[in-house]
Every structure is written in C-alpha cells, then in structure tokens.
Design a protein around this ligand. Structure first.
Ligand SMILES: Cc1cc2nc3c(=O)[nH]c(=O)nc-3n(C[C@H](O)[C@H](O)[C@H](O)COP(=O)(O)OP(=O)(O)OC[C@H]3O[C@@H](n4cnc5c(N)ncnc54)[C@H](O)[C@@H]3O)c2cc1C
Length: 370
C-alpha cells in the first residue's frame, strides 16, 4: 500500500486535514477506534471560526451568545446579540468530516492502530492483520498521547491535566455558558457549565475528580442525574518538533490547544490548513512558520496560565471587580473574540483605567500579559 499522505488518527484534526488533501493527493487515514467520536470534550467552538473553517452545521447542538462568570463571592454577565460559540456533537463532527473526505477519495482504515515506523513505513495493526503502509508524508494526528510523537522523539515540558465531564440534568440558561473560577474548589482550572438546552448541560473541569465532585455539589447538580460521564486529558505547553523528516504532528499530538481554556479543535483546524499548504508545496519545513498565528496564541495562553496559577482567590476576587465593571464589560462585549484571547486581553489593557487597576492588583500579571 502506498499513499502520498498517511494520516494517523481520525479525530477532528486528522479528518479535517484529510478533507483538505483528498482529491488533490492520495490520502489514507488510520483510526484506532471502530467508529468516530467518543472523546471527552464539551464541544464548544467559536461560531465565527466554525463558519470560516466550513465545519459541518449538522453537528451543532446549541448556540451560545453569552457567558456568566462566577467567583467565590461575585458574578457578572457578558451578553452578545448573536451566537458567539456553538456546542457540537463530536461524533457527528468527526463522521461528517470523514464522509466528505471519503467522497473525495480518501481511504479510511478503522480498527487500525499505528504501532511505529520501520524502514520508512508505518506499521499498522488492522483488524487482526499487520499492514505496512508507505507514504511520502506521514501526519501524527493521534491525540495528546501521540504514538507518532514518541516515534519521532518529540519532547515536551507541558503540563498534563486530567479532564472530567458529565452531561447532567438541571436548570440552565440555554444560550449562556457558566464559568466558575474558585481556587477553593479547584486550584488549577476553572469549572464550566455548557448547556445543550434548558434541562441538560455538559459540566466539567480539569485537574482533580475531587474538585469536580465538589463543584457539582456547590452548583447543586446531582451526579445521579447524569446521562453521560467521560474523562480524558489535555496537554498545555509545547511539544517539539512539529516536523521531523517526512513526519509532521497535528492537533493535540502537537499540543495545538489553548492553554487558557483547553479548547483545541479550532487551533488544530487552522494548523491543518498550514500543514496542507506545506504538503501541497512539498515543503514540510514551512509548516511551523505557517502556524505562526497559532503559536502566538499558545505563547500568550501559557503566560496567562502562569499568571492564573500564581494568583490567590483574593487576587481573583479583585480581578473580578475589574472585569465586572461597566467599562470592562463594554470592552469585552464589543471587542472580545472567542478564539482570540490575545486580542481580548489587549483591548482591556488598552483602557488606562482598567490597566491601572489591574497593575495595582498584580504588576507581574500585567507584565506577563503585555
Ligand atoms: C474534558 C475535555 C473537554 C474539552 N472541551 C473542549 C471544547 O469544548 N472545545 C474544544 O475545542 N476542545 C475541547 N477539548 C480538547 C479537544 O478534545 C481536543 O483538542 C481535540 O479532540 C483534539 O483533536 P485531535 O484530532 O487533535 O485529537 P483527538 O480528538 O484525540 O483524536 C485523535 C484520534 O487518533 C486516534 N488514535 C490515537 N492513537 C492512535 C494510534 N496509535 N493509531 C491510530 N489512531 C490513533 C484516536 O482514537 C482519536 O480518534 C476538551 C478536552 C477535554 C479533555
């Protein structure tokens, strides 16, 4: 078997790349599972980029036009007129992308586990059979615990966190996501409540199961009213290199994920465009350079994360006072971009009054962010 490009991993990043390349090149996709979807993921994706990237509308379950922020003792609301983000069904998202790639001529191998490279070929265990697949380019889109990354000797200093999420019955505002920031409950991450409708929401956090249980209690949601429980992991940081020889890493395999919120689908799709261009030009070495915008966002996100980890709950309460002020809300409502946290932070820090108040809380935080 021979392909121009062999993609290892049929998640959102791998299937999106398959779509970009199939029809132009001979593309094979190797997926370990027997069907698509199933990963722990809230499925929140910025609405503007969802459309821009041409992601499938059939996968959209709900539209969010605002957010409710809660700290230990405060809350404020950001509200926009139109949808800012969608909540999607991961299975439909991945399957629709795969369907389109198949229509364009890609080959899919399900129940096929990539095991390593030997003599320049990919060794794949496919439904009880050992395959050797040869390709001009190999792409590791095999998620956070990437076997391809290990095979090329990629290294990381990232922070790896476990993620927990349930779909649970309760009472919710249908078009508002809730973001809870309380170090009493979780030292290392925020908690989220993302409604599918007024009665069901996806509720989750990263880091510890104990924090997750405690949050459900505080939010008055019963674990015994859950429809689904999932766990997974994310890596926040760098894994390098993204390219070695004729092998490239994409999506979570390359840790192309926002360190601020752990959202990775949009970053993976943008980097898929960069990778497709580099492959079509036959210049894999250009890939990282073409991902410059995403790398900038990751750098900013890592600084933001460092600042967040260094804050006490009292600092967070003071930051809430600033962000919940009329001026800050006006800036966020008019200028915030769901997937561009750097732009949002800059817009806030451009306001002299807000900047002065934030510097007072912690000069180091502002220094990190500017
Ligand atoms: C609790 C939680 C909530 C999240 N919520 C969001 C969110 O709301 N929005 C968002 O954008 N992101 C979210 N994320 C992150 C998001 O899930 C990832 O960024 C996204 O799944 C990355 O896509 P990917 O295709 O790179 O990797 P994956 O989705 O992990 O896909 C990798 C694929 O490769 C396959 N594979 C793995 N190893 C092999 C192998 N050896 N051989 C063959 N196939 C293999 C896997 O089966 C899988 O199908 C969340 C993550 C967690 C843990």
């Amino acid at each position: 078997m021979r392909y121009d490009v062999l993609i290892i991993g049929g998640g959102p990043a791998g299937n999106y790349l398959a779509n970009l390349l199939a029809g132009e090149m001979r593309v094979g996709v190797v997926e370990r599972k027997g069907s698509f979807g199933g990963k722990a993921c809230t499925g929140i994706i910025g609405a503007k980029n969802y459309k821009r990237l041409g992601l499938p509308e059939e996968a959209i379950l709900n539209e969010l036009r605002g957010a409710l922020f809660y700290s230990r003792i405060q809350s404020f609301e950001i509200s926009r007129k139109s949808a800012q983000a969608y909540i999607v069904d991961r299975k439909t998202l991945e399957r629709k992308l795969a369907e389109k790639a198949l229509e364009k001529g890609a080959d899919y191998y399900l129940q096929a586990t990539f095991q390593g490279f030997k003599n320049g070929r990919a060794i794949v265990q496919h439904v009880g059979e050992r395959l050797e697949i040869e390709a001009d380019f190999y792409v590791g889109a095999d998620g956070v615990n990437s076997t391809v990354a290990k095979a090329i000797g990629a290294r990381t200093d990232a922070e790896f966190l476990s993620g927990y999420e349930i779909e649970v019955m309760g009472e919710f505002r249908k078009d508002f996501v809730e973001v809870w920031v309380s170090k009493d409950l979780n030292e290392r991450f925020f908690m989220w409540v993302a409604p599918l409708n007024e009665r069901i929401a996806r509720v989750g956090t990263l880091e510890s199961l104990r924090s997750f249980r405690e949050f459900l209690r505080v939010r008055m949601l019963k674990p015994t009213s859950a429809l689904e429980f999932k766990s997974g992991s994310v890596g926040l940081g760098w894994r390098k290199p993204w390219v070695k020889g004729n092998v490239a890493l994409l999506g979570d395999a390359a840790l192309q994920i926002k360190p601020t919120t752990a959202g990775g689908i949009v970053f993976g799709a943008f980097c898929a465009h960069a990778l497709a261009n580099a492959i079509l030009e036959g210049k894999l070495g250009e890939y990282e350079k073409l991902c410059k915008g995403i790398k900038k966002q990751i750098s900013f996100g890592l600084k933001f994360r460092k600042a967040f980890l260094g804050m006490s709950q009292d600092d967070i309460e003071r930051v809430f006072e600033v962000l919940g002020s009329r001026e800050a809300i006006e800036v966020i409502e008019s200028q915030a971009e769901f997937d561009d946290h750097l732009k949002t932070a800059r817009a806030i820090l451009k306001r002299p009054k807000l900047l002065a108040r934030l510097i007072k809380i912690s000069p180091s935080i502002v220094r990190y962010l500017v």
